[in-house]
Design a protein around this ligand. Sequence first.
Ligand code: UT7
Length: 339
Amino acid sequence: MVGTLPNLSKIALVGCGSALPSQALENKQLSQRVETNDSWIRSRTGIISRRIISKDETLTSLGSIACCSAMEMAGWDPESVDLILLATSTPDDLFGSAPQIQAQIGAKRAAAFDLTAACSGFLFAVITASQFLRTGAMRRALVIGADQLSSWVDWDDRRTCVLFGDGAGAIALEASNSGKEGILGFKMKSDGSRGDCLNLRKTSSHLPLVEEISHQKGVFNPIEMNGKEVYKFAVKEVPAILSELLQATNTDPQALDWLLLHQANQRILDAVADRFSIPYEKVLSNLSNYGNTSAATIPLMLDEAVREGKVKPGNLIATSGFGAGLSWGSALLRWQGPI
Ligand code: UT7
């Protein structure tokens, strides 16, 4: 794999952090709004509660808090950060929210930009950031996964609104040849021909601008999802891409300490674990508390597991993200913690 090529830096995963909105929305409260019930949501998804950004919170502020926690764990000065990548589909500003995070955390030297790949966004961003570190172009990167799907769901559509929540997580990556490799391999895939089954689309009204010229005034529609199709996609493609990754890195599934998948549905986590005969105790899951927070699920789960002492220095983690695009990816990670 890439990390074994000569003259390229190793990458260490040295810190993590997360931030959650203060408002918790329970299943039974949702049944005040749409025709649903706790038992349906729990049995079909595993979700019990989710967090919703309140009027006093923003995605940018959550992202900043997550970054500060990750830097604190890593023992970094904000001015030592070279790169900030924000994986999100729901920025506070369509021009990008990463620069606002850069300013809020005082990372004055860092270049900051957004990257969009829906629920695969965090993994795609980790892999992107790692290229800058691997080549020696940069030394320290913060990668954030943060989403606020509560702004974009149709709260009267019970097929989607029960699934999603808001949150942010971040990881600190450092080019370092002192320890073991932190990103042992990765795979990324996209298939736009199947993109119709999950969208947050712009629709345009054509308005006259000046004589013979019109323009498209855009608004974004609420999320539309064909749940069954996305479910079938996930239970087929996630095991396939994980298999490819494990083969490419010559890793026995039984050697994994943890399976950390995008937290969309407990049934998907169980199906993937079954496919590799991985015991459920090794499958990290917190979606009962937070639902599907899109790009945030993986770093949110990692941070919780590290701080609970489940994920320990040296642990091997197979991770996979999947979602709109369609996009999906996997990475084999080794958690190091502060150097
Ligand atoms: O991060 C992006 C990735 N997204 C995903 O991974 C989502 C993947 N898909 C899923 O997780 C599942 O397909 C869902 C959880 C979205 C749906 O579960 P399902 O077992 O596929 O249910 P369904 O859509 O087939 O619906 C079964 C029944 C339907 O009623 P009928 O037609 O059988 O009478 C639905 O109308 O359940 C009904 N239903 C609900 N009932 C109560 C759908 N949503 C609800 C609801 N409460 N919220």
